[in-house]
Ligand binder design. Structure first.
Ligand SMILES: C[S@@+](CC[C@H](N)C(=O)[O-])C[C@H]1O[C@@H](n2cnc3c(N)ncnc32)[C@H](O)[C@@H]1O
Length: 283
């Protein structure tokens, strides 16, 4: 790994290839070899190794299928493997708050709160669901505006950090779709701060959110901007979405929506272009 940190990707790949001769069924080693080849610009060979990794770990907890899409070796995808998202955030959980707030200058939760108070001054909410609540940064920002606050997330370690903050009335380890399916006409506020960037096709989520909301319910979320039509998985292994495309998906399940451009985090000292959406169910 020191070779990779020094940018010596071909040397790292050579070393890992030797290691794989001794331990051919070691998934992490196979993935590291594939990634080193990708970084060295050996894209065809990297794709072969990512496919070999997938044979060793069909659940794809390291995200090889996303790398294959980025390499152009697999067709575009509408979702990331659940095992990958779970592992990514389990590994990230302990340093998440510091990394997001200090390094990435993450402001999503505050911007969502400001958007809600500007659109609905004086309104309090009875029952809020925080989708992909992670370590609870969104919960902290919204707690005083809601009576009951629930969170759902795939990552047990992110949820353990949220639990330590003692701001949620309940947290559940589940996929967004699974959590929404169980709760028709339950909430008056549903939030998704920097979460739907891990989902390509948003149509099923929009339908289920609208069913999980009561009348005059509010759904607020952030996304990253894609300048061309539709949605796309980027090299950062997050999806970006075209705002006009997102607006077209919101039309049927929601009575009204507003889309506001903004940036909620920085990557390598550059603002990531995004947008914030408020969608409302009929009164
Ligand atoms: C970048 S973090 C944002 C966390 C929090 N919303 C915040 O603003 O700090 C994304 C979170 O979404 C969760 N997540 C991603 N896809 C998910 C899915 N399909 N179902 C449930 N949680 C998901 C991840 O586990 C992670 O904790």
């Amino acid at each position: 790994m020191q070779l990779r940190e020094r940018g010596e990707f071909t040397a790292a790949a050579d070393l890992l290839a030797q290691a794989m001769e001794l331990a051919p069924h070691w998934p992490e080693g196979r993935f590291a070899l594939a990634e080193s080849l990708m970084l060295a610009g050996e894209h065809d060979q990297a794709a072969v190794e990512f496919k070999s990794y997938l044979a060793l770990d069909p659940a794809d907890s390291m995200g090889a299928s996303a790398k294959l899409v980025i390499l152009g070796a697999n067709p575009a995808t509408a979702e990331l493997p659940r095992a990958y998202v779970e592992r990514l955030f389990d590994q990230y959980a302990a340093r998440f708050d510091t990394a997001l707030i200090e390094d990435l200058k993450y402001t999503g939760p505050q911007r969502i709160r400001e958007a809600i108070t500007a659109r609905f001054p004086q309104r309090r909410f009875d029952h809020c669901l925080d989708l992909g609540c992670g370590t609870g940064l969104m919960g902290v920002a919204i707690r005083d505006l809601v009576d009951r606050l629930e969170g759902v997330d795939l990552s047990a370690k992110m949820l353990a950090e949220a639990h330590k903050k003692r701001i949620y009335d309940a947290v559940t380890q589940d996929d967004i779709l699974g959590a929404l399916r169980q709760k028709p006409s339950t909430y008056d506020l549903i939030l998704a701060a920097d979460v739907l960037v891990y989902v390509g096709d948003l149509a099923p989520i929009f339908t289920l959110v609208s069913s999980a909301l009561k009348k005059s319910g509010v759904f607020v979320f952030t996304l990253q901007v894609l300048a061309v039509a539709g949605f796309r998985l980027g090299t950062d292994q997050r999806f970006s979405h075209n705002p006009t495309y997102v607006a077209s998906l919101l039309e049927k399940p929601f009575a009204a929506h507003t889309i506001t451009p903004g940036s909620f985090r920085r990557e390598r000292e550059v603002d990531v272009p995004g947008f914030l959406v408020i969608a409302e169910t009929a009164a």
